[in-house]
Write a protein that binds this ligand. Structure first.
Ligand SMILES: NC(=O)c1ccc[n+]([C@@H]2O[C@H](COP(=O)([O-])OP(=O)(O)OC[C@H]3O[C@@H](n4cnc5c(N)ncnc54)[C@H](OP(=O)(O)O)[C@@H]3O)[C@@H](O)[C@H]2O)c1
Length: 185
């Protein structure tokens, strides 16, 4: 395992009922907000590695050429494929991945989806950038964390993971888009 310092940052925009996507599997229109998107892009520019699920990878081509780690059960372990790095967590542990890809440490951005958010909840976030689209709901949609399907709010899950709300910013007043950054206490 690498002893180099690694910071893991999660990023999500959610509805009042803690959904990242509607029942159709798509991000609700009301959560597609320009101010949030620009903030998110600036954050990704600061990352040394962006880790996302296979569906998110396929839906969002890597136009900026960021260093991407795609999680999929179709990967044998940790492998180079189609210009990205692919990873099957059941085959290779995170400490081994971190030691191989970030030997000098660095900043990791985790933009989901749910399986990826759950995976890094177990590994440990140093920060979670939780944006809320206030007044938006998506019943039957995809929850941020699987625990949110068992009635735990995103805030409860983050608190139980040892994070605390440190800073809140209104990203778009007219659209009721509010960001809270949770950090390890
Ligand atoms: N609002 C937000 O902030 C936000 C954030 C993220 C995503 N979304 C939206 O949510 C929807 C998709 O989310 P999603 O959760 O269904 O998709 P996703 O995480 O992008 O992709 C799911 C796939 O990732 C792989 N995967 C995830 N966790 C894994 C694990 N622990 N081990 C092995 N493979 C794993 C699997 O790929 P294989 O099938 O290849 O094995 C799985 O089918 C999209 O509409 C997306 O735009 C919204």
């Amino acid at each position: 395992m690498s002893g180099a310092p690694i910071e893991i940052h999660g990023y999500a925009i959610v509805t009042d009922d803690d959904r990242i996507a509607g029942p159709d599997g798509e991000t609700p229109i009301a959560l597609r907000n320009e101010a949030d998107w620009l903030n998110f892009q600036r954050e990704l520019d600061r990352a040394d590695l962006v880790v996302l699920g296979r569906r998110g990878h396929q839906a969002n081509p890597n136009v900026k050429g960021r260093r991407r780690l795609v999680i999929s059960n179709s990967a044998a372990g940790l492998e180079a494929r189609e210009g990205e790095i692919w990873w099957r967590p059941a085959a290779v542990s995170w400490p081994d991945v971190a030691a191989a890809l970030l030997p000098k440490g660095g900043r990791v951005a985790v933009p989901g989806g749910q399986g990826v958010f759950d995976l890094f909840l177990a590994i440990g976030y140093d920060a979670f950038h939780l944006t809320r689209g206030l007044g938006v709901i998506a019943p039957g949609g995809r929850a941020l964390f699987s625990a949110c399907d068992r009635r735990a709010s995103a805030e409860t899950v983050l608190t139980e993971a040892g994070l605390q709300p440190r800073e809140t910013r209104i990203l778009d007043k007219a659209a009721n888009i509010v960001l809270t950054v949770w950090r390890k206490s």
